[in-house]
Design a protein around this ligand. Structure first.
Ligand SMILES: Nc1ncnc2c1ncn2[C@@H]1O[C@H](COP(=O)(O)OP(=O)(O)OP(=O)(O)O)[C@@H](O)[C@H]1O
Ligand SMILES: [Mg+2]
Length: 220
């Protein structure tokens, strides 16, 4: 299944989500490859950090400008594509073959507007083919109940046509920042953390057919 994680806005959490989702799928013993179509190469960089640090399993990241449909379709397992507005041709190529489009949206009105514009780009890229599921979710949601922006953003997204809003959100948490800088998923960094629990709930919603396997302790 090809899941394209995309958004017009920078810094919405695409690379963070692709990196953590890919490692979560690997923890479920699923074969997974990722494509970093962003010229900034964040995903490729974090994959390199993971490899340099010797963390296992390594993450397969293809860093390139475009993702050819036949190349994406070649992989038997899960495929995750990280792409943003810095590479519009690559984004259109990826969207045109996506089985699912996943849109992280930080809680703000400009991000909702950008998502609305992005939906038109999706329609253009699909060029008449059946629309795959387009799923948006609030990333960097506020952890404080009194702050209403996350709920308001989810509501506003729900008014957009052709989009499903996931009820699972990812909150603004330091562990997500550490995840990218250290080359470890949030559930590897702190398995009992709130970030790990919310990420597991989020990933299980996206991939209900998969379940993490317990890691065996290596013999001493
Ligand atoms: N839920 C979160 N909580 C805290 N920090 C987050 C969260 N999601 C992302 N971040 C941080 O926000 C920054 C931007 O995230 P990320 O690089 O994943 O976004 P992006 O959409 O890939 O950005 P770009 O458009 O520049 O490629 C990073 O420092 C990341 O660690
Ligand atoms: Mg990125």
């Amino acid at each position: 299944m090809i899941t394209v994680v995309a958004n017009l806005k920078g810094g919405s959490g695409k690379s963070t989500v692709v990196f953590n989702l890919a490692l979560w799928l690997q923890s479920c013993a699923q074969p997974v490859v990722t494509y970093d179509l962003d010229p900034q190469c964040t995903l490729a960089d974090v994959g390199a950090v993971r490899q340099e640090e010797g963390y296992t399993p390594p993450l397969q990241v293809y860093q390139q400008d475009t993702a050819l449909p036949e190349q994406l379709a070649y992989h038997p397992g899960e495929v995750l594509v990280d792409v943003g507005a810095a590479n519009m041709p690559g984004m259109r190529d990826a969207l045109s073959v996506a089985d699912r489009i996943l849109i992280p949206v930080p809680p703000s009105q400009p991000d909702v507007w950008a998502t609305q514009r992005f939906l038109s780009i999706i329609d253009e890229a699909l060029a008449g083919r059946d629309r795959p599921p387009v799923e948006a979710f609030v990333n960097r949601a506020d952890t404080h109940r009194a702050v209403r922006e996350s709920d308001e953003t989810a509501q506003a997204l729900g008014l957009l046509e052709g989009i499903t809003v996931l009820d699972k959100r990812l909150c603004q948490r330091t562990l997500y920042r550490r995840s990218l800088s250290e080359g470890l998923a949030v559930f590897e960094l702190a398995p009992r953390s709130k970030a790990a629990a919310e990420f597991h709930a989020f990933a299980s919603t996206l991939y209900p057919q998969h379940r993490p396997r317990r890691r065996r302790r290596s013999a001493a």
